[in-house]
Write a protein that binds this ligand. Structure first.
Ligand SMILES: Cc1cc2nc3c(=O)[nH]c(=O)nc-3n(C[C@H](O)[C@H](O)[C@H](O)COP(=O)(O)OP(=O)(O)OC[C@H]3O[C@@H](n4cnc5c(N)ncnc54)[C@H](O)[C@@H]3O)c2cc1C
Length: 459
């Protein structure tokens, strides 16, 4: 079977987070969007919500949702996290605010709920057509065709489509087709750490068992546990840990080993997780990958966006935020250059790629920092100096975390700033071992020289 569509129809493969948001933005611009999604409609799965997985939403992602008119609704369905609570091994807790400004908060939102809110906004839109249970199994770039497999009926459909955007996530089928186009660069790099999701359920009276307005972290050197709150008063926890080695997923292969490990390393968590061992055994161990590729487009026919173009590791909580920012960046390119689609796609790729490379690298650096440096006293001293610099020079010194999370300056610029910060911190911390020994006059000179107030592009 075959069909064609008009030039003002954009076909999206994958109605996940980025695909659904992009379809809303395309419709707002007057384009028709058709989406093909591999899975069944998630909104039909009433009562089988299963494990709740949540995401930290921040400024860049909220901006995308704002453009779609959904930011307020999403904020109302999420939980504000103004800071992180660090849990030490001896059970002490320490609250660290994320920003100096009260608006600098993260929002914990259920992935399923966010997905459903986006789909709800789409289904009654006359410009948008979604077909669920339609897995893209083949894209032929030269012939401009795509082949879909409808898993529930076994039907196979081949369609001709002029403009196709792959929003089909990190295992993208559209990217597989791009791999067969000339001079396409591709790399994937796995971390030696994986992750496992666990749950802290609500207390017997239905309330939260720990403080809901925070992202909880139990840092333990080469591994760590984090927890984000859900509206049903549970927490979704994620354990990041090496796949192999002395302390690893591989080593936790028996119920006794799992229980003993948690008793020793996360004693305050054990009473909160009555199903810990069962959950640990039943839930899969996920891997963490960075994917980079180029170019993201093929003529005016194919484009990759979101995780399909650039999967990043989650240590800055930016994958979805970055994918939503992709959508607003593409929207700006469409405003400037459509209907010259080749120009739109090329311009989007060349503007965006240096920034997604930057956040991919910053996310890996952050992982290395957490893995190797959290116990290094000199590194901890630099972090103290950094906090003091941010307090003393708030107009000039914005820590990297805030630049990435609470501002919309290009990621590449945030990384450039972070390199300058690193230089300043290295110089200020050389030959000292305590915050009291910092030469603040020297600090001021460095700041005025390296971070002048009129920094271009600061948002
Ligand atoms: C452990 C972990 C924690 C994370 N935490 C955060 C966080 O706190 N904050 C944050 O911003 N990001 C986070 N992320 C990243 C975030 O999940 C992704 O970046 C985001 O989901 C990317 O959106 P996407 O739409 O590009 O891809 P996806 O959300 O993966 O959507 C892809 C869609 O395409 C569909 N699809 C796939 N293949 C096909 C096909 N062949 N045919 C048709 N449809 C197809 C899929 O079913 C899916 O619906 C985290 C990631 C991980 C692994």
């Amino acid at each position: 079977m075959s069909g064609t569509s008009s030039d003002s129809t954009i076909t999206l493969i994958g109605a996940g987070l980025a695909g659904a948001l992009l379809a809303i933005l395309l419709s707002k611009r007057g384009y028709r969007a058709e989406l093909y999604e591999r899975r069944p409609d998630p909104r039909m799965r009433a009562g089988s919500a299963g494990q709740s997985i949540n995401l930290a939403l921040s400024t860049r992602g909220l901006h995308g949702l704002q453009q779609a008119g959904l930011a307020d609704t999403v904020r109302q369905r999420s939980i504000k996290m103004p800071g992180r609570i660090i849990h030490t091994l001896d059970g002490e807790t320490r609250f660290q605010p994320y920003g100096v400004n009260p608006s600098e908060v993260l929002y914990a939102i259920s992935r399923a709920e966010l997905q459903n809110l986006l789909l709800d906004a789409l289904v009654n839109d006359p410009n948008v057509q979604i077909t669920f249970d339609a897995k893209c199994v083949e894209v032929n770039a030269a012939k401009q065709t795509l082949t879909l497999s409808h898993e529930s009926t076994g039907e196979i459909t081949t369609l001709t489509r002029p403009h196709l955007i792959g929003t089909d996530g990190s295992s993208s089928a559209v990217r597989s087709a791009m791999l067969r186009t000339p001079r396409f660069d591709y790399s994937q790099t796995y971390l030696e750490h994986g992750y496992k999701e666990l749950t802290i359920p609500p207390a017997p009276d239905g309330s939260f068992q720990i403080e809901p307005h925070a992202l909880h972290i139990w840092p333990r050197g080469t591994y760590m546990l984090i927890a984000l709150p859900n509206l049903d008063c549970s927490f979704t926890c994620t354990l990041f840990m090496p796949f192999a080695g002395a302390v690893s997923f591989e080593a936790l292969s028996t119920p006794d080993a799992i229980a003993e490990f948690f008793r020793q390393q996360f004693p305050d968590v054990v009473p909160l997780m009555p199903h810990l061992v069962d959950d640990f055994t039943a839930n899969p161990t996920g891997s963490l990958v960075t994917i980079k590729c180029a170019p993201w487009h093929y003529r005016d026919h194919l484009l990759l966006l979101g995780d399909a173009a650039h999967a990043i590791v989650p240590f800055f909580g930016q994958g979805m935020n970055c994918a939503f920012e992709d959508c607003t960046e593409l929207d700006a390119c469409i405003e400037a250059d459509a209907p010259d689609w080749e120009h739109v796609f090329a311009n989007f790729s060349s503007r965006r790629k240096p920034n997604t490379d930057a956040i991919a690298d910053m996310a890996v650096d952050h992982y290395i920092e957490m893995r190797d440096r959290v116990a290094d006293p000199h590194f901890l001293l630099q972090k103290q100096i950094e906090q003091e610099l941010a307090k003393r020079f708030p107009e000039q010194y914005t820590p990297q975390y805030s630049l990435v999370t609470f501002q919309r300056i290009p990621y590449a610029q945030a990384r450039e700033q972070a390199h300058i910060h690193e230089r300043i911190l290295q110089q200020l911390s050389a030959h000292i071992d305590h915050l009291d020994q910092v030469d603040w006059h020297q600090a001021e000179r460095f700041i005025q020289r390296e971070l002048p107030l009129s920094r271009e592009g600061a948002a």
